[in-house]
Every structure is written in C-alpha cells, then in structure tokens.
Design a protein around this ligand. Structure first.
Ligand SMILES: Cc1cc2nc3c(=O)[nH]c(=O)nc-3n(C[C@H](O)[C@H](O)[C@H](O)COP(=O)(O)OP(=O)(O)OC[C@H]3O[C@@H](n4cnc5c(N)ncnc54)[C@H](O)[C@@H]3O)c2cc1C
Length: 375
C-alpha cells in the first residue's frame, strides 16, 4: 500500500502533537510540516523574555531537530494559498499534493481598532515582539509604558515589564489601561482582585473603565482625559485566527476560526486543531490553551490513522485540569482540578508545567532555573 501524504500547516503545540501521533505509523503516512518560522516558539513564556527571566533561545526549538525526531519533511514558508478541490498547497512556488490536511496555524493579535495606531504601538504575540519590547524597556527611553488590555496577556506582560524596570532601577512607569471595570474579567472575582492588588503592590498603575482615545507620536490620551507624554504603547486586546483563514472559503466562527465537528474535521480529509479551530457543537469552546491545542492535535493525528484503517473517528472532548495566570512578582494564581491556588506554589506549578511542555533538554533546564528566581 502506498503511504498517504499528511500535511500539517503550523508547527505549534497542536501541529507537533499531531506529528508525534502520526510518526508512530510511518509505515502508513508520509508527514510534511510547514511553518513560517524556523523554530517552534513556546508562547506561554513570552512575557518572561521581557524581564530576562528566560532567554529567547530557551523558548525556541528548531524544526530541523524535530524533523529528525518525528520523521517529517519540513518547509520553512508561510502558506498563503490552498486549493481544497485539488488537494494542493502552494509552497515554495510549487504545488504540494496531500491526502490529509491539518490546519494548526494558531492565532495572531487582533487588528488595531484604528488603522493609524499601527505605527505608534507594538503588539505582543511572538518571541520577536518580546525581544523588541525587552530592549526598549531596558534602554529606559520612555517615561511610561502603557499596556492596552487587561486580559491574561496584558497582566502577565505588565508584571514582567515592571520587574524589568525595577531590575534596571529606571523611573519608567507601567500603566495598564482596561476598558471594563476589572482586570481579567473572565476569571473568578477573587482572581481579578488578587491580580489587581499584586500588580499595584509592584507599583503598576491600573486604569479601569478607560480606553485609549488617541496617540499622537508619543503622547497617549485616554477616554477619561488623562494624558501621558513620552509613552510607549503595547496593544494586548485579544487574539484572532491566523491570517491563513481569511482567504479560505469554509465555514468560520468567531474571530475567523475554522468551524469543526466533534472529530475536528471541517471537510473531507481536512482537520483543524488548536487556537485556529472552533467546535460547532459546543456551547462553550475551551479557552485558548496549550492543553486544548495538544489534545486537539493528538485527536487529529489519531483520526487520520483511524480513517486510513477504516475505523471510526474519535470525538474531542475538552478538559482543562489546570490553569495559572503567572505574574512576575511570584504571586501567580489559578485553579488546579477546580481548587484555587495562589502565591509561590502557583508560580512554581506554572514553571513545572512549562518545563514539561517545552521542547529540548537544555530549554527545560533553563526554564526551571528561571523558575528559581521567581519562586
Ligand atoms: C503571551 C501568551 C501567554 C500565554 N500563556 C499561556 C499559558 O500560560 N498557558 C496556556 O495554556 N496557554 C497560554 N497561551 C496560549 C497558548 O500559547 C496557545 O493557546 C497555544 O500556543 C496554541 O497552540 P497552537 O498550536 O494552536 O498555535 P501556535 O502555538 O501559535 O502555533 C501556530 C504555528 O503556526 C504557524 N503559522 C501561522 N500561520 C502560518 C502560515 N500561514 N503558514 C505556515 N505557518 C503558519 C506559526 O508560525 C506557529 O508556529 C499564551 C499565549 C500567549 C500569546
């Protein structure tokens, strides 16, 4: 029997866990993985790059090493065009044929509400964004760093920026601007209060019920009339699906995500996993997390093998045993198996999970060493 060609677009948590499952049946499948980056990026530790708690290399792992491990052919390219009718992907100016497809291209920062803000704000979604922010913070050129958006990413980033400022003895102020009346509004109230109290204890200014109205050069004006001069603005107001979905003629859900059935399929022989997928039959989709991406990637891989062998497909059912909101003061908080955890123990858990989930022995050791500083 000829091997069937499985192509995975996106080598994050979802894409790699699919590749891992598929690699156990290399007698049946030939795997191709396409990613626009050369390295897998461990995104949960992006904020730690800003405070230099971990180095950028500690969260990157090269696909050339992973390709040996999982036996895939790797293309370092962004995928821009897909032809579902002909089962083809256009990469490196050639058409690649596939028998099965997994789209696992993740998410990207939501577009800015006003187009011209693009030139006066930074986003925070990749290791390269984190590197730029770290350098600007340590150079101490700005009097204020304003984080627009008090969700998970905003609060984690703010705490790491403040830690960097304290480390470098600079006088820069860190300000979080949030349009609703609480930080991390989707979390239980005790966590909202705990996080706000700890950020303020670190010296961070929290501006609730306010929006950024305009930015003129380095002057930021809020809806409350408050004006901040010589400020750097970083936008963290949510995520949308990776841009690959914008040209695809398929059913899409909120934020451009690909609507999938319970087997994570969106059309014959095509699957989607991780941040980019949205389950049709669930009232609440799982939060965007490493756990969901890994579980979904695994199900996609297994379902392709099931389909090849003519067996029935597995259904994905979400589980979220643990989540932690890590802050750089070491006073993180979250829930484990439904029980609240906070303080150093929560921070330690975050780094233990990150170590377990990360790729490469040296990276794991360096992440644990970073944990020592926080915990
Ligand atoms: C700052 C931050 C902190 C976070 N903290 C946590 C946390 O503490 N715990 C937790 O569980 N989750 C956390 N998350 C969320 C978690 O990182 C994501 O849910 C997870 O990475 C999703 O995995 P994925 O495989 O779907 O996508 P990703 O990991 O984003 O991987 C997608 C891959 O697709 C590639 N790609 C995209 N478009 C294309 C294209 N057109 N062509 C080729 N390749 C493409 C990208 O380069 C990337 O490698 C955090 C996220 C951020 C941004």
């Amino acid at each position: 029997m000829n091997k069937l060609r499985v192509t995975i677009i996106g080598g994050g948590f979802a894409g790699l866990s699919a590749a891992k499952v598929l690699s156990s049946r290399r007698d049946l499948v030939e795997i191709t993985l396409i990613d626009q980056n050369e390295n897998m990026q461990f995104r949960p530790l992006l904020p730690d790059i800003v405070s230099k708690n971990v180095k950028i290399n500690d969260i990157l792992y090269s696909y050339s090493k992973l390709k040996e491990k999982y036996g895939f052919t790797f293309y370092h390219e962004p995928v821009r065009a897909l032809n579902f009718n002909q089962n083809q992907i256009n990469v490196s100016e050639q058409n690649l044929d596939y028998d099965y497809l997994i789209i696992a291209a993740g998410s990207q920062s939501a577009p800015l509400p006003v187009e011209n803000l693009k030139h006066s704000t930074l986003k925070f979604n990749t290791a390269y964004d984190a590197n730029i922010i770290r350098d600007l913070v340590f150079q101490g050129k700005y009097e204020r760093i304003i984080i627009c958006g008090g969700g998970y990413t905003g609060v984690e980033l703010a705490s790491n920026i403040q830690k960097a400022i304290l480390k470098s003895n600079s006088k820069t102020e860190t300000i979080v601007v949030e349009m609703t009346n609480s930080l991390v509004g989707t979390l239980p109230v005790w966590m909202q209060r705990y996080i706000k109290k700890n950020l303020e204890k670190m010296g961070i200014i929290v501006q609730l019920s306010s929006k950024i109205e305009t930015i003129n050069s380095k002057t930021v004006i809020l809806s409350t009339g408050q004006k901040y001069e010589n400020a750097l603005c970083i936008w963290t107001t949510g995520l949308v699906s990776a841009s690959i979905t914008s040209n695809l003629n398929i059913e899409k859900g909120p934020k451009g995500r690909i609507m999938v059935d319970s087997a994570l399929m969106f059309r014959e022989n095509c699957f989607a996993a991780g941040d980019i997928s949205c389950l049709k039959n669930l009232k609440y989709n799982p939060r965007l997390s490493v756990q969901a991406a890994v579980d979904q990637g695994r199900i996609c891989g297994k379902n392709i093998l099931q389909s090849i062998t003519g067996s029935s497909l597995f259904k994905y059912s979400p589980r979220d045993p643990c989540f932690i909101i890590p802050t750089a003061d070491g006073n993180s908080c979250g829930e484990v198996l439904g029980f609240p955890v906070k303080g150093k123990i929560a921070s330690l858990l975050h780094y233990i999970i990150s170590t377990y989930r990360s790729y490469g022995f040296a990276n794991k050791i360096n992440i644990l060493t970073g944990a020592k500083v926080i915990c």
